[in-house]
Ligand binder design. Sequence first.
Ligand SMILES: NC(=O)c1ccc[n+]([C@@H]2O[C@H](COP(=O)([O-])OP(=O)(O)OC[C@H]3O[C@@H](n4cnc5c(N)ncnc54)[C@H](O)[C@@H]3O)[C@@H](O)[C@H]2O)c1
Length: 353
Amino acid sequence: MNFIDLTIGGRVASRIFQGRTPAEVAQFLEGYPEIFIVYDSRAEVWAERICDALKPSGRLVSVCSIETSEEGKTMGTVLELEDWLLGCGAGRDALLLAVGGGVTTDIAGFTACIYKRGIRFAFVPTTLLSQVDAAIGGKTGVNFKDYKNMLGVIRQPEFTFICPEVLESLPYREFVGGSAELLKTFIISGGPDYLRAVSILSEIYAKNGDFEGYGADIQELVMEAAAVKAGVVSRDENEGGERRKLNLGHTFAHAIEHEARKTGLDITHGEAVAIGIIQAASLADSAFAESLRKDFEACGLPVELPFPLDTLKQAMTLDKKAEGGIVHFVVPRSVGDVRIEDMTVEEALSRLG
Ligand SMILES: NC(=O)c1ccc[n+]([C@@H]2O[C@H](COP(=O)([O-])OP(=O)(O)OC[C@H]3O[C@@H](n4cnc5c(N)ncnc54)[C@H](O)[C@@H]3O)[C@@H](O)[C@H]2O)c1
């Protein structure tokens, strides 16, 4: 069993375990007297495995399934879950285990953080994106009005349990979307992982998305990426500096997702991030942006902006991290050389225009 520690101020704040199958998570739940599980209905088969493993302990109090979507990532859903916990009599000792993708872990984490001023929570991420990113680092929250992830808190889960089996039911399109966050992490960290990931992901794409036989490679990459993220968060939990780099591509991605909601375009978060990374690279060096574009295309990721740049302008200024009109753009210059550049949206768009 592999694990990675996420430490804050020299203390282990959260642990990322790697296992084979979701039922193995039961061994990490032994010390918790009351367990509640919230799961994404599309990950039901995996949640059932966990429930079956936990039932003999008598500590599994209640289970709740949610239909997830970005539109449903709201306070309304959080309040429904609060109501469920309260109705079941969940006490301050309860642990909320979330089984699902990033939408589920963000919602459930936030629900746990505010229930009775905070109960413990843990994650079994079931998408590639949530295994490498959303379920690590303690950012929880929901969308509000026009803003993505506007309401939330940073608080670390007790643990995150990563296992390859849950990806078996994941649609390939979601797998590819998750690979954007995987590649993002390795562009930030540098070293050989980026090229290794491109090589494996492009092989899978060339095989029409059949990732059978690649489980071990994928899990190795996932744990490498998880270790990178845990390291960054350990050094800068509250995003005062280095953690901002993990937003690579996200200023553009959130604006693309915002326009997509308005126009009804079907695009996943990961797809928007891939396009956003190319735009962010174009802020500095068109040759590097071009090489990323080729790599991403080879991995099956979209690379073209689905909307004209100027239609994204207003949505980009909605970036909740903007301060006094200045946005912290994350600009990759080469693999391993990623910098924060503060500029207005107008300045950024003029560089791209
Ligand atoms: N907290 C963070 O640090 C952080 C980081 C990155 C992204 N996020 C958030 O994560 C979200 C995106 O995460 P996501 O891509 O996992 O989205 P998601 O949770 O919506 O999952 C994507 C799709 O896959 C389905 N699904 C999940 N697991 C499945 C499985 N095993 N088999 C079949 N289908 C399955 C879901 O129902 C959904 O349709 C966004 O809301 C984003 O803001 C948060």
